[in-house]
Design a protein around this ligand. Structure first.
Ligand code: UD1
Length: 338
């Protein structure tokens, strides 16, 4: 029988790509999303992409009764929990909202899972839990820290998971620490759709390439990196989605949990990303050097070896693929919005 997975936040950027990867891998998937940061037509797009009807529950993870109804109504075998707030800048302005949505949301979900006797969970964590000064490449046993409420909320969630597993060995949880997910499905049907002016580099570059924003500010060119600009481990969202399928498979196979980095192990600078995007889009990308952004690391890239050993995970796509698919999505999503 097909295994059925609940995706909270399944209509969002990473959730929707993971949905496609799971359906391709033969899973039955139920999406739960409140659509606070996802377009209402994503389920229709997912249906067009997979050729299968999409099962969607419009609800909030803070709504315990709604979660209980989902577990009663569908025989769920495992949950992947994406639903969370993710903007660092916004978290500084609204720390309580971040703690409530990210931390209380997880507690609510795990209590509902416990009551429904579903104790297999994949959790979206972030390389933000390593703080800004980790030794490179970053291994999973590096010291953890945080510099803002968003990072703090992810760290608390990881600790809650750890303590819950320690209290009850029936839980098996995969904690996935994402590096910098970018790119989009090559069909141009789904992608990242940040509301307003993007905080993150690739969506900002996409808008500059499209002429929607005039110029990119490069936050610092005096870092101790080869060209002085910040270095990050960009990972194609398609590879990341595959990592979730492999995490779920590992939980089913081994019955024990894991905490792993999802990255490529290769860092690229801001200037390298700009040059690659210009090539992939065949557009000019005007930029100016601006002061450093507070809290930014000079360099961050994963040691991906544990994910390979535990999950069999290995990223397939390079920076050009990431830029090319982001650009396809940029063009199709702009057309749809017009
Ligand atoms: C940021 C968050 C991180 C979060 C992640 C989610 C901060 C300090 N960190 O990571 O906690 O998990 O997003 O995706 O916000 N850059 C520019 N100009 C821009 C935007 C970014 O030069 O307009 C540079 C940054 O200085 C950095 C690189 O581009 O060197 C990547 O930035 P970004 O995409 O925001 O990701 P992170 O900072 O790695």
């Amino acid at each position: 029988m097909k295994h059925r997975v609940l995706l909270t936040g399944g209509a969002g950027y990473i959730g929707s790509h993971t949905y496609v990867a799971l359906v391709d891998a033969g899973y039955d998937v139920v999406i739960l999303d409140n659509f606070s940061n996802a377009a209402e037509d994503v389920p229709k797009r997912l249906k067009d992409l997979t050729g299968q009807d999409t099962t969607v529950v419009k609800a909030d993870v803070l709504d315990r009764a709604a979660l209980d109804r989902v577990f009663k109504g569908h025989k769920i075998d495992a949950v992947i929990h994406f639903a969370a707030y993710k903007s660092v800048a916004e978290s500084v302005r609204k720390p309580l909202a971040y703690m409530q949505n990210n931390v209380v949301g997880l507690i609510n979900l795990m209590q509902a899972m416990d009551d429904a006797e579903v104790r297999r969970l994949v959790f979206s964590s972030s390389a933000t839990v390593y703080g800004a000064h980790a030794e490179l490449p970053i291994r999973e046993d590096a010291a953890l820290s945080y510099a803002n409420p968003y990072g703090h909320s992810k760290l608390i969630c990881e600790q809650i998971i750890e303590e819950t597993i320690a209290s009850d060995p029936r839980w098996s949880v995969g904690v996935l620490r994402y590096f910098n997910p970018v790119g989009a499905h090559p069909s141009g049907l789904i992608g990242e759709d940040p509301a307003g002016v993007p905080d993150n580099l690739m969506p900002y570059v996409a808008k500059v390439a499209a002429g929607e924003l005039p110029v990119l500010s490069v936050f610092g060119d005096d870092y101790p990196t080869p060209d002085g600009t910040g270095v990050r481990d960009y990972i194609h969202v398609f590879d990341l989605a595959q990592g979730h399928v492999q995490s779920l498979n590992a939980l089913e196979r081994d019955g024990t949990g894991h905490i792993v980095n999802l990255g490529t192990g290769r860092g690229y600078s801001v200037l390298e990303l700009i040059a690659t995007y210009a090539r992939a889009s065949n557009r000019d990308i005007p930029y100016k050097i601006a002061p450093r952004r507070e809290g930014d690391a000079a360099s961050s890239y994963a040691d991906p070896s544990l994910a390979k050993a535990v999950l069999g995970f290995e990223a397939q796509y390079d920076l050009f693929d990431m830029c090319r698919t982001s650009w396809v999505w940029m063009q199709t999503s702009t057309q749809t919005a017009d």
